[in-house]
Design a protein around this ligand. Structure first.
Ligand SMILES: *Cc1c(COP(=O)(O)O)cnc(C)c1O
Length: 417
């Protein structure tokens, strides 16, 4: 990084801040559904994290958005990469990340094989192991490199139970046994850190769980000593609702340092969502509009607006009941209750239900906000629906970053007898 302070931008970018004219142009040029990712905003978010945690290692949890175009700017901003699979490790290394961390959660053998091969070939990798069994499997493969022990801190935080990982037995070694596991691991590995991740959803009101996790990790670090870093995870929340305040990042950073206490090791954090969420929107077009109740109610009859994106494009509403802001980019008509529904025959395939918004018409273009994190990454081809395209913006320029999948792509791997 250069010596100049990087532009950290405003604390949040709302859906309303995107230029409707620009987004309409993109939809016209690239068709819908379309993910739009603003790399300048990714840069600002990364810079804001670096500024709030100037003396910490900041690793980007690449699973939030693993597109090459994003990985490049995150690397240029000076962040490392936190990876959840062999595929992510390979993509992070290909994108030129120097410090790559692989956090193995019940790792498949094939993942460990690939990661250990890369390490043997000279990649600067740190493996985070969350079970003694994983240590055995690393030993079997001859790995004796940089290792951190993932600890189950016994506290979890999250916007939904499915992303609350801290307390579940699946994640990490029990806190009470962590020091012993670290001591054992030292015989065979270069133990450089301890690690915990409580889940996704550190918010302004909910710093107590974060503080508790960090305090426990600080205590453990002092107990085991001789560490390079104490990684307290990611989970920095973003305001999905338009009236939610943005995370007070300096306050989170202060609370983190205070809770950690004096440790002879570097603080490390690994945010994913925070880096990319508000850097992305999903554009989708209204295909069909039908009144919920034809029976003559006057005024604001609720309608269902069927759009060309669905749970296969953006899974979060279906999977986590997640709220995403939705904006009509075509016209600002009087509002009525609108249910925005995808084309999949599942009741969960709704972006919102009965939300007050401008009355939609066929052909209208809608933008779904905060789609930059866990958007494209969780897209699927369920219903044989090709995955959407993605464009990235830099300054005033826009280019295609991921081609729209085709039906031929969806069937490409089928084997004929
Ligand atoms: C998912 C994950 C993160 C990032 O979580 P965000 O909520 O996107 O910040 C960090 N660390 C680990 C181990 C994770 O699994």
């Amino acid at each position: 990084m250069s010596g100049e302070a990087a532009d950290t931008g405003p604390a949040v970018r709302r859906l309303a801040d995107w230029s409707a004219a620009d987004l309409r142009d993109l939809a016209a040029e690239y068709d819908t559904p379309l993910y739009v990712t603003d790399r300048d905003r990714v840069r600002e978010n990364a810079a804001r994290l670096r500024a709030a945690f100037p003396d910490a290692d900041v690793h980007y949890a690449v699973k939030a958005h693993t597109g090459r175009a994003v990985l490049e700017v995150v690397r240029e901003a000076g962040l490392g990469a936190e990876c959840a699979s062999a595929g992510e490790v390979v993509r992070a290394l290909d994108a030129g990340f120097e410090a790559v961390q692989y956090t193995a959660v019940n790792p498949p053998a094939a993942d460990l094989d690939v990661v250990v091969d890369r390490w043997r070939a000279g990649a600067d990798l740190t493996v985070v192991a969350g079970a003694r069994d994983t240590l055995d499997r690393l030993r079997e493969r001859g790995f004796d490199g940089r290792l951190a022990v993932r600890v189950n801190p016994g506290v979890g935080a999250g916007h939904h139970e499915k992303v609350t990982t801290g307390g579940h037995a699946k994640f990490g070694v029990p806190y009470d046994r962590a020091a012993e596991v670290v001591a054992d691991a030292r015989a065979d590995f270069d133990v450089v850190g301890i690690h915990a991740h409580a889940g996704s959803g550190i918010s302004g009101e909910d710093l107590s769980a974060h503080r508790e996790l960090v305090a426990r990790m600080g205590e453990l670090a002092r107990e085991v000593g001789d560490l390079e870093f104490v990684d307290v995870g990611g989970g920095f929340g973003v305001p999905y609702r338009e009236d939610e305040p943005p995370l007070d990042l300096p306050a989170v950073a202060d609370a983190t340092r205070e809770a950690l206490g004096a440790v002879d090791a570097q603080l490390a954090v690994e945010p994913g969502r925070y880096v990319v969420a508000d850097a992305g929107v999903l554009l989708t077009r209204v295909n069909t509009v039908k009144p919920v109740d034809d029976a003559g109610a006057t005024g604001a009859v609720p309608v269902v607006a069927g759009v060309d994106a669905g749970m296969t494009t953006l899974l979060r509403p279906a999977m986590y009941d997640a709220y995403h802001a939705i904006r009509n980019l075509t016209d600002d008509r009087p509002e009525r209750p609108v249910t925005v529904a995808g084309p999949v025959c599942e009741t969960a395939d709704l972006f919102c239900e009965g939300r007050s918004m401008p009355s939609p018409r066929r052909g209208d273009l809608l933008a779904v906000g905060n789609a930059g994190a866990y958007g494209y990454e969780m897209a699927s081809t369920y219903n044989s629906r090709p995955r959407p395209a993605e464009v990235v913006r830099d300054g005033d320029g826009t280019r295609l970053a991921r081609e729209r999948e085709t039906i031929a792509d969806v069937t490409a791997l089928e084997v004929e007898r």
